[in-house]
Design a binder for this molecule. Structure first.
Ligand code: G6P
Length: 354
């Protein structure tokens, strides 16, 4: 218990460690004065071709977010579930950069995909938390996310650190930086602290625990956050939870929506607010309670039953803040249900079998 620093669970401690984790991830990599981003480990990395991400679980959601950022900066980038990478016959050439996103650096599926990429002659990069891990040793290059040890099986601070590391990687690969973006990165730890200090996630959990199911929707950079919100909820509460890109709701999941299924709508730094508001109206018409996770409460709040507010950090980084609210909701739902939060049944921190 000594390691929990007074928190009831490692997971809650690690959620609260996120400001520090992000400061460490950024240290000596971003210069606000010059508006530059420089990752020393990547000084030798050259990438002219497409980028392919391989990852599992929470790391896959971070990879989805990273691939979007890299595409937005003009570089073709795709994301693959590591367990499907080899069977999918993905074309790989010597120009391809294959990035394995893996907290532990030991996940068997991710290691197999990275080995296959190396055999095919691709350049490989491990984005990992664990110094000297198998992924770090297997790959041509390694970038550490510097989150510090994570004990809780459910990944929390390492997800935020992966997102920030991927934001930096997208700048390094594209050579696109701006003083404004560097400032947003530097401001992020204080904004995370504000979310942690002011969150009403516990009250939301008290309102909705025991629901039939929990749904999470979001567009663009908020779509991977919706997937991650649902994964966190099912991992630690054992409740039925699903995340969708908001536009997919009407293509099936809407059939599951009732007045007993709260819908968490992530509208954070969103450039498509009106479309996601349309989705909110669709679920409200079916009686579902709506919780908006947003930096635009004045625009969105009137359509929601509750708001989990986050500060604005621009389109790329505000979703990181929204995810922290969802981590807290899952934690407090699981806590109220008396679950084994740090060691959920059937799950392991690192899965070393395929
Ligand atoms: C396990 C963990 C997840 C994690 C996934 C990938 O399933 O329970 O929390 O996201 O492995 O792990 P990695 O270490 O590769 O990021």
């Amino acid at each position: 218990d000594a390691g929990k620093s007074g928190y009831d669970h490692y997971m809650l401690k690690e959620i609260h460690e996120q400001p520090t984790a992000i400061r460490k991830c950024l240290r000596e990599r971003v210069s606000e004065l010059e508006g530059t981003i420089m990752v020393e480990e990547l000084a030798e990395l050259e990438c002219d071709g497409p980028v392919q991400f391989v990852a599992c679980g929470t790391s896959y959601h971070a990879a989805l977010y990273g691939a979007k950022m890299i595409r937005e900066r003009g570089i073709p980038a795709q994301c693959f579930l590591a367990s499907e990478y080899e069977t999918d016959s993905i074309p790989v050439s010597e120009e391809t950069l294959v990035v394995g996103v893996t907290q532990s650096g030991e996940t068997a599926d991710t290691m197999s995909a990275l080995r296959a990429a190396n055999r095919a002659g691709a350049t490989t990069l491990a984005l990992t938390n664990v110094v000297g891990s198998s992924a770090a040793r297997e790959c041509d290059h390694v970038m550490y996310i510097r989150a510090g040890p994570e004990i809780g099986v459910a990944a929390t601070k390492t997800f935020a650190s992966q997102q920030v590391a991927l934001a930096m990687l997208s700048s390094v690969l594209s050579g696109e930086y701006s003083q404004a973006f560097v400032k947003q990165l530097r401001d992020l730890p204080d904004q995370i602290q504000k979310v942690l200090d002011e969150s009403n996630a516990r009250e939301i959990a008290e309102e909705y625990d025991g629901s039939d199911a929990y749904f999470f929707i979001g567009r663009g950079y908020n779509a991977p956050v919706a997937l991650e919100g649902a994964l966190k909820m099912k991992e630690i509460s054992y409740e039925h939870a699903e995340g969708f890109a908001a536009g997919e709701l009407k293509h099936g999941p809407l059939a599951l929506v009732t007045d007993q299924t709260p819908v968490f709508a992530v509208i954070a730094g969103d450039t498509n607010v009106s479309k996601t508001l349309g989705n909110i109206k669709e679920v409200e018409a079916r009686g579902a309670p709506v919780v908006a996770v947003t930096d635009s409460p004045e625009q969105v709040g009137q359509y929601a039953d509750h708001v989990l507010e986050v500060p604005s950090a621009g389109p790329l980084l505000t979703p990181i803040l929204a995810n922290i609210q969802l981590q807290l909701v899952s934690y407090w739902v699981a806590n109220r249900m008396g679950r084994s939060i740090d060691k959920p049944r059937n799950l392991a921190k690192s899965v070393t079998v395929e």
